[in-house]
Design a protein around this ligand. Sequence first.
Ligand code: ZN
Length: 232
Amino acid sequence: MNKALVLFSGGQDSTVCLAWALQKFDAVETAGFDYGQRHAAELTARPRILAQLRSGFPQMAKKLGADHLLPIDTLKAIGGSALTDQVAIAMGANGLPTSFVPGRNILFLTLAAALGYRRGIADLVGGMCETDFSGYPDCRNDTVQSTAKALSLGLAQEIRIHTPLMWIDKAQTWQLARALGGESLVALIVEETVTCYQGDHTNRHDWGYGCGQCPACELRAAGYAKFKSAGA
Ligand code: ZN
């Protein structure tokens, strides 16, 4: 059986990746990471999104398997990032936003591959994207595919990392959602996924909940506006 493990945070991108994997693979499991993120609202969104996929999308539901939430204290213990500490989101002296968590995606992919090893899954799916990203070096295709190579060597089996969003922008991510699950999937993503770095779930916009001011909200809002203006 053709199985995949999706890195599923509860955000917009990883939800679209999950829908993508549910179309492409025969069986799909999900993994999330509790790393002390300030936007912990993502973690409470995960079970809601999974429950709605199970109840509202029968074609997806029959392929959707176990969900795994893995705790990682280490990133918060290291600290220094706006995603784990009370640090303002701004451009750092190194040219990267303070929301950068060094090594995060490499760590997540490594842990996902380790989990997949135990679950008999060698195909990982992640929402990394280098099209309109914040300059995070661990979102780059070279980083992701080099990690796949290192994992394949280290586990002595081929690990494939699929990144369906790598070369598309945020408007195209909304389009992909609609192609995969129609307007009802778009509506689910608007209503339930959390993108905001502050984890704001009180301010509702046409693109969903969020503070509306952090870089993640700005990207999501701009992408949604472009998607809508393209004749949605
Ligand atoms: Zn925000």
